[in-house]
Ligand binder design. Structure first.
Ligand SMILES: [Cu+2]
Length: 261
């Protein structure tokens, strides 16, 4: 698992880009803080009361100083805004030819990770969170959906979070660049079992990823579901509102209103 401070060791190309922005903000804040504290301590020491009852020089206006005091902070804010904007636009760009594609569906209360074109689909449950397998150093495109209500897909190690909203799919690219296993979870409070909407991300070399995909594809196309998978599918169906039986619709609706599947 990644350390407690993913900002220092992000695990994707996009995250490294974002860390660059964070470093610039942090460095700017340090310079501003050093300047402000230096002025405060200079004034404290230079104009402290030495017991002679003398007041320091009093004056009302200093136009050049006031103009500089407005222009410099404005330049800092505009500069930081520009850097953030440029990085976010490049990070949000969705590329035409991804190496892999994963459809992610959030539902109360877990996730389904599907690999279109490979007949591989992994559905988790609150008791058995799913694992998202991604190839290292390859661009993976994610299509993010919600089956019911607002959720949020969050991988701290990737410094990445995106809302999963019903009716509004989100698309983004991730390029993990460090092999490892990373925690992920829902970061939008979505109901009773929100805290159990966890998952793991396993980043593996591209060759291992290909092997894993074909192994999963052949095991699921054989039609025999492992007991674990069978349970997952049943629980995932019961979590989908559209699976409510018509005669029980009222009951389902009231369960849903209470945040139950
Ligand atoms: Cu959620």
């Amino acid at each position: 698992m990644n350390g407690a401070m993913p900002i220092l060791q992000p695990a994707s190309l996009q995250a490294e880009d974002l860390r660059g922005v964070w470093v610039i903000f942090f460095a700017t804040a340090m310079v501003v803080a050093a300047f402000v504290y230096a002025l405060i301590f200079y004034s404290l020491l230079r104009w402290r009361d030495r017991g002679q009852g003398k007041m320091p020089p009093q004056f009302k206006q200093n136009a050049p100083l006031e103009i500089i005091g407005v222009i410099i902070p404005l330049l800092i804010v505009v500069g930081l805004f520009y850097i953030t904007y440029v990085r976010e636009v490049s990070n949000d760009a969705v590329h035409a030819n991804p190496y892999a594609t994963v459809d992610i569906k959030a539902f109360r209360w877990s996730w389904t990770f599907s690999y279109p074109g490979h007949h591989v689909s992994i559905t988790g449950t609150p008791q058995s969170p799913p694992e998202l397998v991604l190839p290292a150093n390859k661009l993976t495109q994610i299509n993010l959906y919600s089956a019911d209500i607002d959720h949020s897909f969050w991988i701290p190690a990737f410094l990445f979070k995106r809302d999963a909203l019903p009716g509004f799919p989100n698309h983004f690219d991730l390029t993990p660049n460090k092999i490892g296993v990373y925690p992920g979870n829902c970061s939008e409070f979505c109901g009773l079992d929100h805290a159990l909407m966890t998952f793991t991300v396993r980043v593996v070399p591209a060759a291992d990823f290909e092997r894993w995909l074909s192994r999963r594809a052949s095991s699921s196309s054989s039609g025999a579901l492992a007991p674990q998978n069978a349970t997952n599918v049943m629980v995932s169906l019961s979590n989908h509102p559209e699976q409510c039986h018509p005669e029980r619709r009222t009951k389902c609706a009231s369960r849903r209103a209470r945040g139950l599947p």
